[in-house]
Each structure stands twice: as C-alpha cells, then as structure tokens.
Design a protein around this ligand. Structure first.
Ligand code: NAD
Ligand code: UDP
Length: 322
C-alpha cells in the first residue's frame, strides 16, 4: 500500500477524476468537500473503494482545522477546493475568496504539521486579460481588482502568495499549478463553462450561446492530461517551490469552438450571440516549456479526439435520462 493523500474539492470535476486515478494507483485517498459546486454522484464510484474516505467540510472553516487529528499521516495534499466556473464564483464571491485564502492557509498549516507535499490548483486566470501572448509563468498578469471576476483571479493569486511564503519560510514542499481550461464530460451539464454548455446545447439542438463576437480565444486541455500533469507535479522534486502552467497550447477562438462542436455533434443548432461578460479575457494560451522541462509533460489528447469522447459521453448521459 502506498501513502495517504488528501484531496480538497473531491466531489468536483477535477477532484473526482484525480481521486479515481490515485485509487487506481493504489493510494489511500481522503476526500474533503462542502458540495458548494460538487456533486454527490461524483463520489459514487469512489465510495466503492475501501481505500477512499470522505469527510464533508468547508476548507476555510474552523471545523476543518478541528479535523486535523483525523488527518494525521497525510503524505500529499491536492488543494482543489474552490468554485471554478464563472457562473458559480460570481454567485458566491466571498466563499470563493475564503476557499482560496483561508482554505489555502489551513491546508498549508496541515501540510507543515504532517511534513506533507502540496499541489495548489491555481489558474490561468492569474494572468487576467493578458497583454503577453502566449503566457509563460514569468508574466505577471493584467488583473482587475475592481470587477466581478476579481474574487476568483485575485484570491487565486493570494493563494499563490501563501504557497510562496510557506515554501520560503517553512520549506513546505509546495507547488502551484496554473491550470488552463480543462474539459471532459465530467463537467456537470449545468456547470456553465463553455465546453459543457456548447456540447449539451449542440446535442439537444438548442441555440449555441456565444458570448461577445466569439473572437476571444481559449486553449482546451482534456482532463486526463491535466490530471497526469498534477500528479507529475506532486511526484517531482524539481517542481517544489515552482509555478507551472498546465494546459494545452492549441488555441481556438470561441466561435471556432462553437462551429467545431456543432460539426462533431452533427447538430442542427443555431449559433447565437449574447453579451460578453465583464472582464472576459480576450486571449489565453499557455507556454508550456517549463512543464516540458521540469516534468517531461505535454498534453497527449488531441482536441478533436477529446471533444469526440466528450460528445459521446454527454450523449450517453442524455440518452440514459430519457
Ligand atoms: P468544480 O467546481 O467542479 O470543483 C470544485 C470542488 O470544490 C467542488 O466539489 C466544490 O463543492 C468544492 N469546494 C468549493 N469550495 C469549497 C470549500 N470551501 N470547502 C470544501 N470544498 C469546496 O471545479 P473544477 O473544475 O474541478 O476545479 C477544481 C480546482 O481547479 C479549482 O480550484 C479551480 O479553481 C481549479 N481550476 C480548474 C480549471 C478547469 O478548467 N477545470 C481551470 C483552472 C483552475
Ligand atoms: N463562453 C461562451 N458561451 C458560453 C460559455 C462561455 O461564449 O455558453 C465564453 C466565455 O465568455 C469565455 C470562454 O467562453 O470567453 C470560456 O468561458 P469559461 O466560462 O468556460 O471559462 P473562462 O476561461 O472564462 O474562465
């Protein structure tokens, strides 16, 4: 039996995929979640494993800190707890700030006590609306503190500051993953992020809702590639004290993505245009040289293949409900 791993945000999209992969690799996994955006159904398969334990808790609460006795002997912590979809963090801005600031501090305190390693799930949003393209980890970003997205972008950035401080003051083995848009059918149908919206709309022949004129770009990474990157970050000593981009450098405009999803789904949907959310970044593409060099990581799933899998899996979910 290998070590004991804590995943915060285990009932969410990435957390549940990560837990599944680590259980397959024979680790014991303790999962924490407060179900703010996560789903009980994401835990169903995990709970079938005798090596999985679930605790319902908010990482930013005193209750989480009171659990520390139950969390002794933790070797590794993946701190993923935070709303991630703009649709959710705009509804719960203060909770989002707490998860990434107080929650991150609590997680780092736990790591320090247990001499555990930490991977913190930061985000490409740390670059804000970037003026440098593609974005390397050296770029310091262009983030607005005075707007609706700030609760997410700036709290992730403060979470990174906590990581920096625990690494430099206490030698905590912490690594920061700046994750770019990740997708698969594991995204809840009502998640509100672009791939889940577009694929569900296309499969139901509903309007595909492009925000703005669709010229803004994003880079989309299939979930298995992102999870492999996070696990490599945890494993590699060379990643300690480092910020590393995890994302697929293939860049699409949102309108191209709408057309691609429509074509791959054989959909009759119309593409319709809606107001662009405030501060929606105009471009996003990771420079992944650092991940290549330090982790030997590159994405392996081609975007069209990943979309085809996603479309098939969402279709099965829709068919099984009918
Ligand atoms: P998600 O919303 O599916 O999952 C987040 C999980 O965290 C949910 O289960 C939610 O209930 C839980 N959670 C939120 N606040 C909590 C709290 N205070 N205490 C305990 N649990 C809490 O999102 P996701 O896509 O799985 O994202 C996971 C992490 O990765 C997030 O930190 C997100 O910011 C980061 N990230 C994701 C992406 C992506 O494309 N998926 C991109 C960049 C960063
Ligand atoms: N978007 C869109 N239609 C949708 C959902 C999102 O055009 O139904 C756009 C959104 O405005 C943004 C991009 O797609 O420009 C990615 O949005 P998402 O919420 O997935 O993630 P973000 O990168 O903005 O955090």
């Amino acid at each position: 039996m290998k070590g004991r791993i804590l995943i915060t945000g285990v009932a969410g999209f990435l957390g549940s995929h990560l837990a599944e992969e680590l259980l397959l690799r024979d680790y014991k996994v303790v999962g924490i979640d407060n179900f703010s955006t996560g789903k009980e159904k994401n835990l169903k398969k995990l709970k079938q494993s005798k090596n999985f334990t679930f605790i319902e808790a908010d990482v930013s609460s005193n209750y989480f800190m009171a659990l520390q006795n139950q969390l002794e002997d933790i070797d590794e912590i993946y701190h993923l707890a935070s709303p991630a979809s703009p649709a959710y963090y705009l509804k719960k801005p203060i909770d989002t700030i707490d998860a990434n600031t107080l929650g991150t501090k609590n997680v780092l305190d736990l790591a320090q006590k247990n001499n555990a390693k930490v991977v913190y799930a930061s985000t490409s949003e740390a670059y804000g609306d970037p003026l440098i393209h593609p974005q390397s980890e050296k770029y310091r970003g262009n983030v607005n503190t005075w707007g609706p997205r700030a609760c997410y972008d700036e709290s992730k950035r403060l979470g990174e500051v906590y990581c920096y401080l625990y690494y430099s003051l206490f030698n905590t083995k912490v690594k920061v993953a700046r994750i770019f848009n990740t997708y698969s059918a594991g995204l809840a149908n009502d998640d509100g992020r672009v791939i889940s919206n577009f694929v569900n709309q296309a499969l139901l022949n509903e309007d595909i809702t492009v925000y703005g004129d669709g010229t803004q770009t994003r880079s989309f990474c299939y979930v298995t590639d992102t999870i492999r990157g996070l696990i490599l970050m945890m494993e590699k000593e060379s990643a300690n004290g480092q910020i590393i981009n995890i994302g697929n450098p293939k860049e699409y405009t949102i309108l191209e993505m709408a057309n691609l999803v429509k074509k791959l789904s054989n959909s009759k949907s119309r593409i319709t245009f809606h107001p662009l959310p405030i501060d929606d970044p105009k471009q996003r593409k990771p420079d992944i040289s650092k991940a290549r060099k330090l982790l030997g990581w590159t994405p392996q799933v081609d975007v069209v293949d990943g979309l085809n899998k996603t479309i098939t899996n969402y279709k099965n979910q829709i068919d099984s409900k009918e």
